[in-house]
Ligand binder design. Structure first.
Ligand code: DAS
Length: 356
C-alpha cells in the first residue's frame, strides 16, 4: 500500500538541508564519493585514445584531485568501494555498495552521496539503489564516456555536476539520480542509448528530471513511482539475492534459452519479447512450463519504450505471468529479483510493477 507523499513531505521538511534556521545553511554540504571503477576511472595511452583504453585504473583520490573546483561547492571525502569495469557487476558488489550507502546515509554529517561507476550497467545499479536506499538524501550516480586521459574527458565535469546535485536541497526526496552530460535523469527511467557518445544516457519519451547549468541545479519534474524512503524493500539483512535472468525474443526464436534457464534452476525469468512483450507460441509454452516449475515469469519488451500490458496477445491471467509495465528487461530483472526477497505471489509482484 503506497504510504503516500504527505509523510515524505514531513520528513523532507525536517531534513537538515531544508531547515532554513539550521547552521547547515552556512556550511558547504558534506558529500561522500564512493568509487567503483569504469571509464570515469579509465586511462588511455594517448590523449586521443577514446576507444581501446583501460577502465577502472584511476583511484578515487586521483579523481577528486583532478577537480580542485569541488572544494568550492562541497566538502568531499572519497572511498574506493571496489574497482571494476561495470560489465562485471555482480549481486555481491551491489549488496556491498548498497549497505555502505545506507550506512553513510544514516550519518547526520553526510548530506549526499556520489557514486562513480562504469556506464555499461550504471542504469541497473541506479535502479537497484532506487529500490533499497533508505533516505531522502540525494544519491547521484555518475560515469563518463571518455577516459580521464582523453581530450575533453567528460568525467571531471560530470563529477563536479554530480557533487553539486548531491549537495543540493533541490535533489532531496527525488530518488536516486543519474547525472551526466549536464542532465539529471531518474534511476527508474534512464537508460544507455549509445555505445560511445557523451550524450548516451536518456530517459526516452519520459524525459529528464532537470539540468545542471553553470552551478545551478534546476529540476522540472518529480519521479512518479515509489522509491527510497517510500520503498517497501529492505536488503540490510541479505547476503545473497534471488537468481533472475533474461531471455531475448526474435523471429524464429526457439525454446532453447528459456528451457536452459529453467534447467539451471533460476528463480525468475524476464522475457524481452518482441512488440508489446510477445513471446512466440513456442517460447510462450516454454515460459508456461517454467512457470509450472515455480519459476516467476515477467514479460518485458525488447522495444525499449511503452507499456507491456496484461492480457494483450498473451493470456497472462491464465499463464500466471507478470508484465513489466514500462520497465525495460534489465530493470524488470532488478525489480523481480528484489520482489522475490519478499514474495512469490504473482498478484503482489504485479502490484509492485505498477507502483515502482
Ligand atoms: N566498460 C565500461 C564500464 O565499465 C566502461 C564505461 O563506459 O564506464 O561500464
Amino acid at each position: 500500500m503506497n504510504i503516500g507523499f504527505v509523510p515524505i513531505l514531513f520528513l523532507l521538511l525536517c531534513h537538515p538541508l531544508l531547515r532554513a534556521d539550521d547552521t547547515s545553511e552556512k556550511r558547504l554540504p558534506n558529500v561522500v564519493i564512493l568509487a567503483t571503477g569504469g571509464t570515469i576511472a579509465g586511462s588511455g595511452a594517448t590523449s586521443t585514445t577514446t576507444v581501446g583504453y583501460k577502465p577502472a585504473t584511476v583511484p578515487v583520490q586521483a579523481l577528486i584531485d583532478a577537480v580542485p573546483e569541488l572544494k568550492k561547492v562541497a566538502t568531499v571525502q572519497g572511498e574506493q568501494v571496489f574497482q571494476i569495469a561495470s560489465q562485471n557487476m555482480t549481486n555481491e558488489y551491489w549488496l556491498k555498495l548498497a549497505k555502505r550507502v545506507n550506512e553513510l546515509l544514516q550519518q547526520p554529517d553526510v548530506d549526499g552521496i556520489v557514486i562513480t561507476h562504469g556506464t555499461d550497467t550504471l542504469e541497473e545499479t541506479a535502479y537497484f539503489l532506487n529500490l533499497v536506499a533508505k533516505s531522502a538524501k540525494p544519491v547521484v550516480i555518475v560515469g563518463a564516456m571518455r577516459p580521464s586521459t582523453a581530450l575533453s574527458a567528460d568525467g571531471p565535469i560530470n563529477l563536479y555536476n554530480a557533487v553539486l546535485v548531491a549537495g543540493s536541497k533541490e535533489a532531496v526526496g527525488r530518488g536516486v539520480l543519474v547525472c551526466m552530460n549536464d542532465q539529471i535523469n531518474s534511476a527508474r527511467d534512464v537508460t544507455k542509448t549509445n555505445t560511445s557518445t557523451a550524450d548516451t544516457f536518456k530517459s526516452p519519451e519520459l524525459g529528464v528530471l532537470g539540468y545542471i547549468q553553470g552551478d545551478r541545479v534546476a529540476f522540472y519534474r518529480l519521479p512518479a513511482r515509489r522509491h527510497t524512503l517510500n520503498s517497501e524493500f529492505d536488503i540490510s539483512g541479505a547476503d545473497k539475492l534471488p537468481n533472475v535472468e533474461i531471455a531475448y525474443g526474435f523471429a524464429n526464436v526457439s525454446r532453447t534459452t528459456v528451457d536452459a534457464l529453467a534447467a539451471a534452476g533460476v528463480d525468475g525469468i524476464v522475457y524481452a519479447g518482441v512488440g508489446d512483450g510477445n513471446p512466440s507460441e513456442v517460447t510462450e509454452q516454454a515460459l508456461a512450463d517454467a512457470r509450472a516449475k515455480g519459476i516467476l515469469i515477467v514479460r518485458s519488451a525488447r522495444v525499449g519504450n511503452g507499456i507491456v500490458a496484461r492480457n494483450s496477445e498473451v493470456n497472462d491471467d491464465k499463464r500466471d505471468f507478470v508484465v513489466s509495465d514500462t520497465l525495460n528487461p534489465q530493470k524488470a530483472r532488478i525489480l523481480l529479483m528484489i520482489a522475490l526477497t519478499k514474495t512469490k505471489d504473482t498478484k503482489e509482484i504485479q502490484r509492485m510493477f505498477y507502483e515502482y
